[in-house]
Design a protein around this ligand. Structure first.
Ligand SMILES: O=P(O)(O)OC[C@H]1O[C@H](O[C@H]2O[C@H](CO)[C@@H](O)[C@H](O)[C@H]2O)[C@H](O)[C@@H](O)[C@@H]1O
Ligand SMILES: O=c1ccn([C@@H]2O[C@H](COP(=O)(O)OP(=O)(O)O)[C@@H](O)[C@H]2O)c(=O)[nH]1
Ligand SMILES: [Mg+2]
Length: 724
């Protein structure tokens, strides 16, 4: 039976070397705790790093054997890989950038090298476990290159990717020297998920601007596949936390804590040590609160748990010192013989103790500067069996998009945090309960099982959609079939695109004139009275007429603006206006003056900006700018903007090759259709062809056509054969 393979940097279990031998502990962090409860279903497997460096192979073998009994497959990292890939590229380059701390980001080529090597190592590990039909689900920023690496190995497989941390705005993401490779790595997936809609939107905008792909409606068309991008806010195992709050172990702990802190209002904060979590800001706000509200001195305790994390990274070490100092300063200024304003713990806690803390806390104070989601606040909510307690939550956490009944704060606004603390400490119980019940309904419903289910459903959906658009190479067998049908037919209709289909792509478009071989093929086909040959091109009518007008062929020129039957005159598809050119032309001209080597082609109802001779990096950037700008304008003036092969084209929205070819299908009876094209604009004609038509796409990209061929030589060969 096919299985699901989960892959993340860290396994949900970490191995530690103790004096008694190897010890296995659960990992901290949202990803591990969140997915930890679901991966054991069926014969699924989780691939990841066990969190420690092992010196000898015997130890590695033991870890491998122990973990495989629990459906886990370890990927071992060397000391230098831990330093350069995990601490380095993942946590000193990507983490700060993605959390809008790019001033902390280190751009180090050795880190990037290690990141690539380790992503490949993960790819190899997956290949050992993968079987046909398996679903692959990759998690998080440490493995951004893995989707593409796996796509190369397993072109047809279902690959989902979920990012647990934010995706920053394009202006921040573009700072990364490896931005394009990173995006291309992610685009190996079929479905790409984020916690919030804003993360998804930021990602799409980077893909559009940096890779230049079309990203309309959350679907990325990379030419081969449609890739879906969407928001999937992660939930928690609600029942587990609710049951835990009701367990004898937790209840015993609750008694103990209450006895130790009689008559205290408890403010709880729990995070990994991380500058993204806003811990110093929280302490400063608490200090300000104590100053401004002396009536609470002796009556409130901040229980602050900081879980050690990434302590080999310099910024984390510095942060630890800052926190130590702040806690020391606040405690020493305000404490009394019988009261401590802050209980500070720098270690991790067993889950029963966490549960008891969630239960006794009156307030959860969650103030990250940025957080992908933040599961701590959801765990707090699930633990509140009596529905009392208040959540103060930063707007910068993904969770704030769902938890509208929390008191939402901006973590940079210390005054606002102070006011929120006061509001929370004095909130009437009825209001607490009303807000808490709303939040519980939501967290219960959108739990971790629901999250997994909708992610998997969407992945299945996009695979089916991709399959319905798959195009197969025109096999020997189908070629023969075509030839036989062709022979039998008496009224054949041949729609042939010109550039890229009958001729190959030339550096200068005027050099693509027909050679003797092509003229001979067309002549041969056109002279047969059973054939109606239609050249369907984006080119202007004069060029087409000059090159092919002496043959008995029909024309659809300028993507369908101008039509001509060989026996008749040029006519326009419908009345069109070109008044928009006065607005668009100056923009293109400005672009030409800023982009040496580019030029404008003017057709009756279209303007085209060509950049095939421009330095490629500059050209891509300018093309994106131009098409984004034109699209913004075009919405109001009935224009379409298309990015084609080294061009950006603007034309009237009413015009496309599909409308043009439909005219022919309506006017002329036919018993066989052959329709061949290579470009985006040819998709419009493939879409309107009846099902039985032989539609052929030139090139390997995904298409509405039924079949594909590799290049114009193959097209010529096919046409020649039909002629004989
Ligand atoms: O593996 P570590 O370096 O020790 O870091 C721990 C994990 O931290 C991050 O968690 C994130 O995922 C949560 C669940 O989606 C989310 O609520 C939170 O906002 C994120 O920060 C990280 O994404 C994981 O990869 C780490 O394992
Ligand atoms: O001593 C502790 C303290 C916290 N956590 C867990 O660590 C996770 C933190 O996840 P969150 O999404 O809040 O932030 P992240 O650390 O992933 O950025 C939560 O599930 C906590 O229950 C833990 O396992 N041990
Ligand atoms: Mg073409």
């Amino acid at each position: 039976m096919p299985k699901t393979i989960i892959i993340s940097n860290r396994l949900p279990i970490k191995v530690q070397r103790t004096e008694e031998g190897l010890a296995y502990e659960t990992s901290e962090g949202g990803l591990a705790t969140g997915l930890g409860s679901i991966y054991k279903q069926g014969h699924n497997v989780w691939i990841g790093w066990p969190g420690t460096y092992f010196e000898d192979e015997a130890e590695e073998k033991q870890v491998h054997d122990d973990l495989s009994k629990q459906s886990m497959l370890p990927v071992f990292l060397t000391e230098s890989e831990i330093r350069d890939y995990y601490e380095g590229f993942s946590n000193e380059t990507l983490w700060p950038t993605f959390h809008y701390f790019s001033q902390y980001a280190v751009y180090e080529d050795a880190y990037w090298q290690a990141y690539q090597t380790v992503n490949q190592k993960f790819c190899d590990a997956v290949m050992e476990a993968a079987e046909p039909g398996d679903t692959i689900w990759i998690h998080d920023y440490q493995l951004l290159l893995l989707p593409e690496l796996l796509r190369e190995e397993l072109p047809k497989s279902s690959i989902g990717f979920f990012q647990h941390i934010p995706f920053p705005s394009f202006e921040v993401f573009r700072l990364l020297p490896w931005r394009e490779q990173i995006l291309r790595g992610m685009l190996g997936a079929d479905l790409i998920g984020f916690h919030t809609y804003d993360d998804a939107r930021h990602f799409l905008s980077s893909v559009s601007r940096i890779v230049g792909l079309n990203t309309a409606q959350g679907l990325i068309d990379n030419g081969y596949r449609h890739i879906m991008v969407d928001a999937f806010p992660m939930g928690i195992d609600y029942d587990k936390y609710a049951a835990l709050a009701d367990s004898p172990e937790t209840k015993a702990k609750i008694e103990e804590y209450r006895a130790a802190l009689p008559d205290q209002k408890i403010v709880l904060s729990i995070d990994r040590l991380d500058y993204s979590k806003g811990i110093p800001q929280r302490l400063q706000a608490y200090e300000l609160f104590l100053k401004e509200h002396p009536e609470f001195l002796g009556k409130v305790t901040l229980s602050m748990l900081v879980v050690p994390s990434r302590d080999q990274v310099e910024k984390y070490r510095q942060l630890k010192e800052t926190i130590d100092e702040l806690v020391g300063r606040i405690n020493s200024s305000f404490r009394t013989i019988t009261w401590n304003p802050i209980q500070y713990f720098y270690r991790s806690f067993p889950i029963e103790e966490l549960s008891a803390l969630y239960c006794v806390a009156d307030i959860a104070l969650v103030t990250p500067m940025r957080d992908g989601m933040n599961l701590v606040c959801k765990e707090f909510i699930a633990s509140k069996l009596d529905h009392k307690g208040v959540l103060i939550l930063s707007e910068m956490a993904g969770a704030s998009r769902e938890l509208a009944d929390a008191i939402l704060i901006n973590p940079n606004d210390l005054g606002q945090i102070v006011r929120s603390l006061h509001e929370a400490l004095t909130m009437p119980e009825e209001e607490q309960m009303l807000r808490m019940e709303h939040m519980q309904d939501l967290v219960r419903r959108y739990n971790i099982h629901h999250w997994v289910e909708i992610f998997m459903n969407r992945l299945e959906y996009i695979k089916v959609k991709q399959m319905s658009m798959a195009t197969e190479y025109l096999s020997e067998e189908e070629s023969t079939q075509l030839a036989e049908n062709f022979k039998k037919a008496n009224q054949r209709m041949l729609f042939l695109d010109y550039d890229g289909t009958l001729t190959s792509f030339k550096k200068d478009p005027t050099h693509a004139f027909p050679d003797e071989e092509l003229l001979e093929i067309l002549r041969c086909l056109a002279q047969d009275p059973k054939n109606r040959l239609v050249i369907v091109s984006g080119r202007d009518r004069n060029t087409l007429h000059k090159w092919l007008g002496h043959l008995p062929v029909d024309f659809i020129a300028e993507h369908g603006v101008w039509l001509k039957k060989h026996e008749g005159e040029w006519e326009m598809l419908q009345h069109l206006s070109d008044a928009w050119k006065t607005e668009v032309r100056p923009i293109m001209e400005l672009h030409v003056s800023r982009t040496p080597g580019s030029f404008i082609e003017e057709k009756d109802f279209s303007l085209v900006w060509h950049y095939r001779k421009v330095d490629p990096t500059l050209a891509e950037l300018r093309a994106r700018e131009l098409s984004n700008y034109l699209m913004f304008m075009a919405a109001n003036i009935n224009l379409q903007v298309m990015e084609g092969d080294k061009i950006v084209e603007v034309k009237n929205v009413e015009v496309n090759k599909g409308i043009g070819t439909t005219r022919w299908l309506e006017q002329f009876p036919h018993d066989l259709i052959l329709c061949i094209g290579d470009d985006r604009t040819d998709e419009d004609m493939f879409s309107v062809m009846p099902e039985e038509a032989f539609t052929i796409k030139v090139g390997s990209a995904r298409s509405h056509a039924r079949f594909s061929l590799d290049n114009s030589q193959e097209v010529r060969k096919l046409l020649k054969a039909l002629c004989e």
